[in-house]
Write a protein that binds this ligand. Structure first.
Ligand SMILES: *[C@@H]1O[C@H](CO)[C@@H](O)[C@H](O)[C@H]1NC(C)=O
Ligand SMILES: *[C@@H]1O[C@H](CO)[C@@H](O)[C@H](O)[C@H]1NC(C)=O
Ligand SMILES: *[C@@H]1O[C@H](CO)[C@@H](O)[C@H](O)[C@H]1NC(C)=O
Ligand SMILES: *[C@@H]1O[C@H](CO)[C@@H](O)[C@H](O)[C@H]1NC(C)=O
Ligand SMILES: *[C@@H]1O[C@H](CO)[C@@H](O)[C@H](O)[C@H]1NC(C)=O
Ligand SMILES: *[C@@H]1O[C@H](CO)[C@@H](O)[C@H](O)[C@H]1NC(C)=O
Ligand SMILES: *[C@@H]1O[C@H](CO)[C@@H](O)[C@H](O)[C@H]1NC(C)=O
Length: 583
């Protein structure tokens, strides 16, 4: 008995060794969570993402200064190089890419070194100047812990990776004045260039209980003036306006436009992250450049009527105009839902969303559409399809044959019995609360996906829809329910939700979900409503994760079309030639 057991062990070890040889030993230091032939090692925290951007280790928050320069995309990010938690000593991490999906990590671009940024180098933006040279403006936390704005320029403009950055001798170029509190004055936006030849930026701030975005002007990008003490944008009781963004969107199509474009064929978007709510809100409106005013279509109400980029986790986002493909791209920080101790144990915290192309919805004219950039589709591998399958009330169907922990799913649901929708007065109803409190079955819906589900369904994240009838239209409720996402305790399992209008012609609702081990990014109605969540299943990891379509309504629905793809691993930080094993 004993001899045969030993023999089995020896043979197993030999087999493992030979498989390693066949696969090539992994010499790159950051791939040690990847099991070369089984995908993810469950004992090894299985939550690292395979195609969502992460630094090699430690803490990451806001995306900074995204830009396209000489054929290369740059992403900088807020990074604590010495811990998996936030703290002093924040630097600008730096990675470059040719396609916004595969990334090479470079040395930190900006680190604390001078009195004006000695505590930390906080968020900021890149601007491409008229002569094509990029410049970064970032917030330094100075030796008094005041927040000041600084410039950094590339050392070698011929280096497409822009590896080294030099701080300007006149730093700090902007210090807080009476319009902002000294410790609430940060996150300069990308600049836009006015018809009068002056550059403009907005800076996030707080004064008293007012969150503000404050406009500064400059002729040379070095000397900045506060032209008007009235904030460019302000709201009461929101805390600091963080990471303000301001850009034009075309009224005729999905193409993006440069930040400086002013014409009758664009509208403008102002985005602010309210610290108190920890969400990014956006406002579509009219930019009156002569008066230096932005008139939003709707004011902030503090209710579910306000428009958000994402109704789950997505904060401190930043957009840039991609000259190469004439599109505007949006990045957002998706933070963890586990505890600080979990993050320390994992050795990392924070992921970036998949870059999203953003444009004005021509259906409504007053809200945005976001869609994962087309490049992510290069990672699509083995697929399965379902076409025209009826899903009766109370039924569930497994979407099998793909790696459900690393997948891209697009589904179009048809609702033949739309007119049977439950009548419901939605005025004053908070959709997020409705998502957590509504019964688990209804008339039309909930139906949708169960993502990162265990075989026994004890773990699953339900991304679902319900349809209600109000006096004059059909209203959809989209939910992402994390309450059963993990058997593990001590996680933030808040359920997210939002309303949207449902067309009665065609009577369909679409959903796309990008699943990547511990993140699910969902795009409802072609990207009109987005919802990202972070989940940490105990059972539904690696090859043990399952994907289902379900219908808990009493009315049947139709899976008009479903395509699900196994996603290959992106090369993030790996400079070697990887071969993919999963799909
Ligand atoms: C600048 O970058 C280019 C391209 O990478 C390189 O050939 C050149 O040697 C660099 N110049 C300096 C001074 O480092
Ligand atoms: C919108 O379309 C018009 C004419 O079709 C064109 O002249 C204009 O440049 C377009 N605007 C943008 C921002 O694409
Ligand atoms: C709205 O935009 C979509 C996508 O660009 C396009 O297919 C559609 O024709 C447009 N509809 C109208 C009414 O302009
Ligand atoms: C980060 O995650 C925690 C826990 O889920 C949440 O309470 C907080 O609002 C999040 N912050 C941001 C900026 O997303
Ligand atoms: C699914 O994969 C097959 C090959 O296996 C391919 O012919 C087909 O185009 C793919 N479908 C989609 C929607 O990508
Ligand atoms: C569907 O309904 C069943 C029976 O009421 C319930 O056990 C299950 O949790 C529901 N599923 C979802 C995703 O709500
Ligand atoms: C990468 O590896 C694959 C297979 O292992 C090989 O076919 C391909 O030529 C390699 N590419 C490069 C750039 O080395």
């Amino acid at each position: 008995m004993e001899i045969s057991a030993t023999l089995v062990l020896v043979l197993l070890a030999l087999f493992t060794f030979l498989q390693n040889v066949a696969n090539g030993f992994d010499s790159w230091p950051h791939t040690n969570t990847i099991n070369p032939f089984k995908y993810r090692v469950p004992e090894n925290p299985p939550y690292r993402t395979s195609y969502h951007f992460q630094p090699p280790q430690n803490w990451m928050n806001d995306p900074n200064g995204p830009m396209y320069y000489k054929g290369v995309y740059h992403l900088f990010y807020q990074h604590n190089p010495s811990a998996a938690t936030f703290g002093d000593g924040i630097v600008w991490g730096h990675s470059v890419s040719y396609d916004l999906i595969n990334w090479i990590h470079l040395n930190n671009a900006i680190e604390p070194s001078e009195a004006y940024d000695i505590i930390s180098c906080w968020s900021g933006s890149a601007t491409i100047l008229l002569d094509g040279k990029p410049v970064i403006m970032y917030t330094g936390i100075d030796h008094n812990r005041h927040q000041v704005q600084n410039l950094a320029m590339p050392k070698n403009l011929s280096d497409p990776f822009l590896r080294e950055w030099v701080k300007h001798t006149q730093n700090p170029v902007i210090i807080p004045s009476e319009v902002a509190e000294v410790d609430n004055f940060r996150d300069p936006s990308t600049a836009w260039h006015g018809k009068d030849g002056k550059w403009r930026i907005i800076i996030g701030a707080q004064k008293g209980d007012q969150g503000r975005a404050i406009l500064y002007q400059s002729e040379d990008f070095v000397n900045w003036k506060l032209e008007d003490a009235n904030p460019f944008y302000a709201t009461d009781n929101t805390g600091v306006c963080e990471c303000p963004d301001f850009y034009p969107v075309s009224i005729n199509g999905t193409n993006g436009v440069d930040s400086s474009v002013e014409s009758s064929s664009v509208r403008h978007v102002a985005k602010v992250g309210y610290l108190r709510m920890a969400h990014d809100y956006y406002f579509v409106g009219k930019y009156l450049s002569d008066e230096e005013r932005f008139i939003a279509d709707a004011k902030f109400t503090g209710t579910s009527l306000d428009l958000r980029y994402d109704y789950g986790k997505f904060y401190a986002s930043k957009s840039f105009f991609d000259y190469a493909k004439n599109r505007r791209i949006l990045w957002g920080w998706v933070n963890e839902s586990d505890s600080e101790k979990d993050d320390i144990d994992k050795g990392w915290a924070g992921v970036q969303s998949i870059p999203r192309q953003v444009w004005l919805d021509n259906k409504s004219g007053n809200r945005l559409v976001q869609w994962p950039i087309e490049e992510v589709e290069k990672l699509r591998s083995k697929n399965i399809s379902i076409n025209g399958e009826k899903l009766g009330g109370g039924s569930i169907l497994e979407v099998s044959g793909i790696t459900a922990s690393q997948a891209d799913i697009e589904v179009l649901f048809e609702i033949p019995e739309l007119e049977n929708a439950e009548s419901f007065d939605l005025s004053g109803v908070d959709p997020q609360l409705l998502c957590s409190n509504a019964p688990r079955s209804g008339i039309i819906g909930p139906f949708g996906l169960l993502a990162l589900a265990s075989k026994d369904l004890r773990e699953h994240t339900a991304i679902s829809f319900r349809v209600y009838k109000t006096s004059n239209k059909y209203v959809g409720l989209m939910c992402s329910d994390q309450s059963r996402s993990s058997l593990q305790n001590g996680l933030d399992k808040t359920t997210y939700g939002t309303f949207f209008d449902v067309d009665s012609n065609p009577r369909t609702i679409s959903l796309r979900s990008l699943i990547d081990h511990s993140i699910i990014e969902s795009f409802g109605e072609g990207g009109r409503v987005c919802m990202s969540s972070r989940v940490y299943p105990k059972l539904a990891t690696g090859n043990e994760a399952h994907l289902y379509v379900f219908n808990n309504g009493t009315m049947s629905i139709l899976i008009s079309k479903l395509n699900a793809w196994c996603m290959k691993e992106a090369e993030i930080g790996h400079v070697k030639n990887m071969s993919y094993k999963t799909c």
